[in-house]
Ligand binder design. Structure first.
Ligand code: URA
Length: 239
């Protein structure tokens, strides 16, 4: 692919802006500055630098973010800063056939929830991961207001009825790991599901953190940090 088109496809601006970056000597490929915007490069395994920053070529972008508290998973947030401000501009500007640009969050976490959030510009992946048929377990670390009783754990495992649906929802796994700390695994993602399930058993969520989706754990990614997902990470997300 021509270098100008490569940069365009990766979100570095219009073709004209990309050509300008190249011609002004801001782009390096394999350690060499390339000033010919029309020079061809193999995409497989391609890495390049734009203004000193290293980028891999990604046909589609798959990322994980450790969402900090006090951020909204919306492009147009109402009160809190958007999680999208935590990503570099090219990831937010990758061109798309659809009306939206750039990577999108796979589902949403509440403003005050922290932890593992996936982002991608692959619409099929978002659809698949969000489908009710796709039972990828999501693990939440819940800090509760009141001590967790054995009866609460039991009810969360057998099923509780939420206000918008007569069909009971139940945790795939639930374990009290401390007096006020519950580890809850869900395979669906209804609106405010953890908070509503805890309310239904007479408790209250004081803190909520998603630590894992399928086999993919957040591990030591710091709050507010993101990283690319590897092929291996993606394989860990299969149900
Ligand atoms: N359940 C909730 O209540 N909130 C979240 O952010 C995620 C799951």
């Amino acid at each position: 692919m021509r270098l100008e088109d490569i940069l365009f496809s990766q979100g570095f601006g219009t073709r004209r802006v990309c050509a300008g970056l190249i011609q002004q000597g801001h782009v390096q490929v394999h350690g060499q500055t390339v000033v010919d915007a029309g020079e061809f490069f193999e995409l497989e395994g391609l890495r390049f630098k734009v203004q000193g920053e290293d980028w891999p070529f990604a046909g589609q972008a798959y990322l994980m973010l450790n969402k900090p508290a006090g951020t909204e998973c919306s492009q147009k947030p109402s009160t809190w800063p958007s999680i999208y401000t935590l990503l570099p501009a090219p990831l937010r500007q990758r061109p798309q056939k659809a009306a939206v640009q750039g990577v999108q969050a796979v589902g949403r976490l509440d403003q005050d929830t922290t932890g593992l959030l996936l982002l991608t510009d692959d619409g099929k992946f978002i659809h698949k991961m969000s489908s009710p048929k796709h039972h990828v377990p999501k693990v939440y670390e819940v800090t509760t207001k009141h001590p967790i009783t054995a009866e609460m754990v039991d009810r969360l495992l057998t099923g509780v009825v939420l206000d918008d649906d007569p069909q009971a929802v139940k945790a795939a796994a639930c374990e009290a790991v401390g007096e006020l700390h519950l580890r809850l695994t869900l395979t669906e993602g209804k609106y405010h599901q953890v908070k509503r399930m805890l309310a239904a058993v007479g408790n209250r969520v004081e803190g909520l953190h998603r630590s894992r989706i399928g086999g993919l754990a957040l591990n030591d990614l710091a709050p507010g940090q993101w990283r690319w997902l590897t092929e291996e990470d993606l394989s860990l997300l299969k149900p």
